[in-house]
Design a protein around this ligand. Structure first.
Ligand SMILES: Nc1ncnc2c1ncn2[C@@H]1O[C@H](COP(=O)(O)OP(=O)(O)O)[C@@H](O)[C@H]1O
Ligand SMILES: [Mg+2]
Length: 342
């Protein structure tokens, strides 16, 4: 019997655009001889539709206008347990943050990727730091700023940041993804503007010392026996890897494999797997590091539990370079979802 797979795409986060491109790649490459596919589109305002139309209308957003092929109440596919596995190809809030995972769990439907706790934890850059600190994982120094207390004690908070971190700093909403709301501040005015910008996305903000670093990313796959692919490196076209540099600038490059010696490669792979396990990840995650250009030390940066998944995205390309093709990767993710507990 063919397994029935729901592919969720779109979603309510700032990364809707990225999700529809990732999902198009998954839909074009998943083995239709092995699986019956149920594409489910989620609009920016949170409506779920079962989508029966042309796959190529997904990445353009045109599927939303395709009234004939768009059936209301797509969530019923899950509620009626019409599928065997859910693959949430959703990035960011309401997709990668434990909410959809909680829904699947409630319905006892196996799903691809980490569970509720791990998804929620990894979505939050502040709590991820708190947990990894306990296990002495090296990370950039930071200060947490709360929106309410900021407006009550602005002067004192700015001074505290300057005293403990100096400049340059990165200002990040706790829940950000795809660099949305993230800025780099080189002096006070930029710090203040950066905080205002970040408060548009979250009321809890992480301010972090800027590391003069190369960016190295590790793709991890598996449940208890998780393995890491060959590490990759990002060469951003701009001062840092912001949204534009990630998705719209052809001069940003992925270097696969990363330019590391054998010892560095083993070190970072082991560290990535260790972090994956500490954060209770399952299925897949991409663990990202900043490698200090002078000392060569690795600083943990963040974990993406549903990393970019287009055919030219880092995660699938790292597995491809390690001998696992895009469709084999999808097969393995589905098997990993079925064997883990829900
Ligand atoms: N502490 C830091 N030092 C140097 N660069 C950083 C630092 N934090 C973030 N960056 C840069 O900003 C980008 C986005 O930050 P990141 O924490 O990865 O957020 P997102 O979840 O949005 O990808 C990184 O890819 C990197 O280019
Ligand atoms: Mg990142």
């Amino acid at each position: 019997m063919k397994k029935k797979i729901a592919i969720l795409f779109g979603g309510q986060s700032t990364e809707h655009e990225v999700s529809i491109v990732s999902a198009t790649s998954v839909l074009n490459n998943i083995d239709k001889n092995k699986y019956d596919i149920y594409p489910i589109g989620i609009t920016r305002d949170g409506q779920w539709f079962c989508y029966k139309g042309d796959i190529n209308n997904i990445k353009t957003g045109d599927w939303e206008k395709d009234e004939k092929n768009k059936l209301a109440n797509g969530q019923n596919i899950l509620f009626n347990r019409e599928v065997d596995v859910v693959f949430p190809v959703l990035h960011g809030m309401y997709g990668e943050d434990g909410t959809v995972q909680g829904l699947c769990k409630l319905l006892k439907l196996p799903f691809v990727g980490p569970g509720v706790l791990s998804s929620a934890l990894c979505m939050d850059k502040i709590y991820t730091k708190y947990v990894l600190e306990k296990f002495k994982i090296k990370q950039a120094r930071y200060v947490v700023v709360n929106k309410n207390s900021y407006y009550d004690n602005k002067e004192a908070i700015i001074e505290e940041i300057e005293e403990s971190l100096g400049y340059d700093v990165f200002v990040k909403p706790a829940n950000s993804g795809s660099s949305v709301g993230i800025t780099k501040a080189h002096y006070r005015e930029e710090l203040e503007n950066g905080l205002e910008e970040a408060f548009k996305y979250d009321k809890r903000i992480l301010v972090e010392e800027a590391i003069n670093a190369r960016e190295v990313e590790v793709a991890v796959l598996g449940n208890e026996d998780a393995k890491a692919a060959v590490p990759g490196e990002i060469i951003p076209a701009k001062e840092f890897y912001d949204y534009e540099a990630k998705y719209n600038n052809e001069n940003s490059k992925l270097l696969i494999p990363a330019n590391l010696n054998k010892k560095e490669e083993e070190e970072i792979k082991d560290l990535a797997i260790k972090i994956y396990k500490l954060l209770d990840c399952e299925g897949l995650s991409r663990v990202d590091f900043l490698m200090d250009k002078e000392t060569g030390e690795f600083y943990f940066n963040e974990v993406n539990t549903i990393p970019g998944f287009t055919q030219i995205s880092m995660y699938p390309k790292l597995w491809d370079a390690s001998g696992k093709s895009y469709s084999e990767l999808i097969d393995e993710l589905i098997s990993l979802a079925i064997i883990k507990d829900v």
